[in-house]
Design a binder for this molecule. Structure first.
Ligand code: NAD
Ligand code: UGA
Length: 452
């Protein structure tokens, strides 16, 4: 099938490469010319395990190519996917500027029937707006061309995007057009060979399904974070509680890990957008509102522990804190809404020196911090260093922020010798408190039993 993908970011590039891998002929378009040039040169603008190889292989086979030309992109396709960003607007709603701009660009050029697929996460009713934007352009040109707009939200996770896309739990397709549904079935048939993964529904329900999924996952995380704070004051251990409840198949083990609050480009923005939608329709989601508040509070929990450990905020000035991990989760260089950024800001404001290390996200972190904290970087109060060992050099304490594999089994003996105040703050509950204590270190986790 001839497919065009508009927007070549995390979702667009992964979808394009995966569709091409199943033998489709895919043209990916982006308005960011630098990104397109990189991709044409075989360089991948993001870190996503396995993506380099997948893109190169399919580009070499002539099934995957890149362009900035809307003329070529619209001319190419039987199916056009919209995978542009839908960032939060100032009032929390999803900003549809990019989606509607892409829709108009299609309408300006369409010469034959096409199926337009909303893959971006968009509020209920967006397919109607996309349809109208395309129709308005066709009317303006006096062109009478049939097209359908379907909703096909994406559920992949960064860091496991290819696996998630290639072996999806489900493929949600919202469509009011029989022919378009048939085409989507055909396109996705190779992804659901052993059993049918496609769930068909109306367009609006598909749009809401995407927000419902992310809101449900965010709910589980905030629930566990709140419970972790209670476990701590009750001298219980949230990790034991997690295992105890997760083994109930009605609850399940996933997304029950307490930590420093959820980050990333999706949960925070999608929770906000759903809240805004609900308010706009006079049907406020009180539970969701609490989930967001809990998450905001949770991002500050580790800083409070650091303050208490050092005997008060005033005692923090001049202390050196090592940070392991900067990206919002492992296996990605994505820094959007990363909890590390909140902690860094708090530590810098308290007068700490911060030595941060991330295996992959260092360049992206530097780019962001250069605009948010330029003085801290230039004065050396904040340093992004090249190794986990360099981060702990001359440090008073260590904070584990992102659970990259290389941080899982550190040399606690070395840490005990190196860290002046002999303390580890484990923002992801990765370490066994007893083992850390045996090494002569103080352990602070999230909702863990106090081992001393
Ligand atoms: P992204 O920011 O990585 O990529 C979006 C791309 O769209 C950018 O490269 C940008 O230059 C391009 N773009 C913007 N306007 C354009 C236009 N008019 N024409 C062509 N290209 C244009 O975004 P992303 O993370 O891939 O997310 C895309 C959408 O998918 C969002 O709605 C997001 O919520 C949703 N989503 C993301 C993920 C994820 O893990 N990142 C997972 C599921 C769903
Ligand atoms: C999330 C969803 O998992 C995807 O299904 C969805 O497609 C995507 O959002 C999206 O809509 O963009 P992603 O943001 O890539 O994917 O990453 P997650 O693994 O879900 O993690 C999100 C955040 O929650 C991270 O900060 C992570 O550390 C945190 N988290 C996750 C927890 O704190 N506890 C958990 O148990 C799980």
């Amino acid at each position: 099938m001839k497919i065009t993908i508009i927007g070549t970011g995390y979702v667009g590039l992964v979808s394009g490469a995966c569709f091409a891998d199943f033998g489709n002929n895919v043209l990916c378009l982006d308005v960011n010319a630098r990104k397109v040039e990189m991709l044409k040169d075989g360089r991948i603008p993001i870190h996503e395990p396995g993506l380099d190889e997948l893109v190169r292989r399919n580009a070499a086979a002539g099934r995957l190519s890149f362009t900035t030309s809307y003329d070529d992109a619209v001319e190419h396709a039987e199916v056009i996917f919209l995978a542009v960003g839908t960032p939060p607007d100032e009032d929390g709603s999803a900003d549809l500027t990019h989606i509607l701009a892409a829709a108009r660009s299609i309408g300006e050029r369409l010469t034959r029937p096409v199926v337009v697929v909303d893959k971006s996460t968009v509020p209920v009713g967006t397919a109607d707006s996309v349809r109208k934007a395309i129709s308005d352009e066709l009317d303006r040109r006096g062109a009478d061309i049939s097209f359908a707009v379907v909703s096909n939200p994406e559920f992949l996770k960064e860091g496991a995007a290819i696996e998630d896309f290639m072996r999806p739990d489900r493929i949600v397709v919202g469509s009011d057009d029989e022919q378009a549904t048939k085409l989507m079935r055909q396109l996705y048939a190779p992804f659901s060979r052993n059993h049918d993964k496609m769930i068909e529904m109306d367009v609006r329900s598909a749009e809401l399904t995407k927000y419902a999924a992310n809101a449900m996952l965010a709910t589980r995380i905030s629930f566990m974070n709140e419970l972790a704070n209670l476990a701590e004051v009750l001298d219980a251990d949230i990790e034991a509680v997690r295992l105890g409840i997760g083994s109930d198949p009605r609850i399940g083990p996933h997304f029950l890990y307490s930590g420093m609050g959820y980050g990333g480009s999706c949960f925070p923005k999608d929770v906000k957008a759903l809240l805004k939608t609900s308010k706009d329709h006079g049907c406020t989601l009180h539970l969701l509102s609490a989930i967001e508040t809990v998450n905001e509070t949770q991002k500050g929990v580790l800083f409070e522990k650091i303050v208490r450990h050092f005997g008060g905020r005033d005692e923090l000035a001049g202390k050196t804190i090592a940070l392991w991990g900067l990206s919002f989760k492992p296996n990605t260089d994505d820094m959007r809404e990363a909890p590390s950024l909140v902690l860094i800001r708090q530590l810098l404001q308290a007068g700490c020196r911060v030595q941060a290390y991330d295996p992959v996200a260092h360049a992206e972190a530097r780019r962001i911090l250069e605009s948010s904290s330029p003085e801290s970087l230039s004065s050396g109060q904040l340093a992004i260093v090249a190794s986990s060992t360099e981060a702990i050099d001359n440090a008073d304490a260590l904070v584990l922020v992102t659970e990259w594999k290389e941080f899982r089994a550190p040399d606690f003996g070395l840490l005990a010798k190196t860290l002046r105040s002999k303390a580890i703050f484990d923002g992801r509950n990765q370490y066994d408190p007893a083992i850390v204590r045996e090494a002569g270190l103080r352990y602070y986790g999230i909702g863990r039993r106090n081992p001393w």
